[in-house]
Ligand binder design. Sequence first.
Ligand code: KIV
Length: 260
Amino acid sequence: MNIGQLKTFKRSAEKIACLTAYDASFAKLFDECGIDVILVGDSLGNVIQGNENTLDVSMEDMVYHTQAVASNVNNALLIADMPYQSYNKAEQTLNNAKRLIEAGAQMIKFEGGAEHQTSFEILQANNIPICGHLGLQPQSVIEMGGYKVQGRDEASAKQIFDDALALEAWGVQTLVLECVPAELAKKISKALSIPTIGIGAGVDCDGQVLVSYDMLGINTNHLPRFVKNFLQDNNSIQAAVNAFIGAVKDKTFPGDEHSY
Ligand code: KIV
């Protein structure tokens, strides 16, 4: 799987299935099941480190987990998250992105829109593939007043739409849309030539991502409505992952009950 293939998926309307992984064993299993994309998410702050949010995840943590995952991935595209405050300034963004690429990521992801224009531009100028992340941005959970659906009113929906167009213009090659109304995600996905990967953003995104610990029922905390436990009706982790991939590809996940 490479970045060019992501666009081919979008053109041919094949949905992209993505799961998070943080270690070699899960990464190998997901890869062998045929997952398209693996994300080393800074959600490791929640599910690995046991914190309330992702704000304490460091660059060292991300490099360590990216190396572990990369060592066992042969087919899936590997994306790694830039942690909180690791992309405040353009030069800092470039240096930290290079560390994640050296650790084995093929693409880096960070949260936010036009406020990070210089970071997007410096990565584009240095040919570092970028995945954007709009809608609910967990690293801004305090500013956003909690884990809330974004883009419900006209002004904030327009802001997210405009940011999505700007990100594509600044070289972003894939866009995660988290917790936005399904109609908005559909409009954005139609307007962009790059693929969107949704989480709580409805079935019309070009792909879907879930936190693996959530979709396997390992995370027993209160979970948002967009999560489905795929292990519940399957008798192995492999079967659950295959069910997730199948449900994304045939558009039976997410259903209306997982969307806003
Ligand atoms: O950190 C993460 O796992 C993520 C996904 C929720 C998209 O960013």
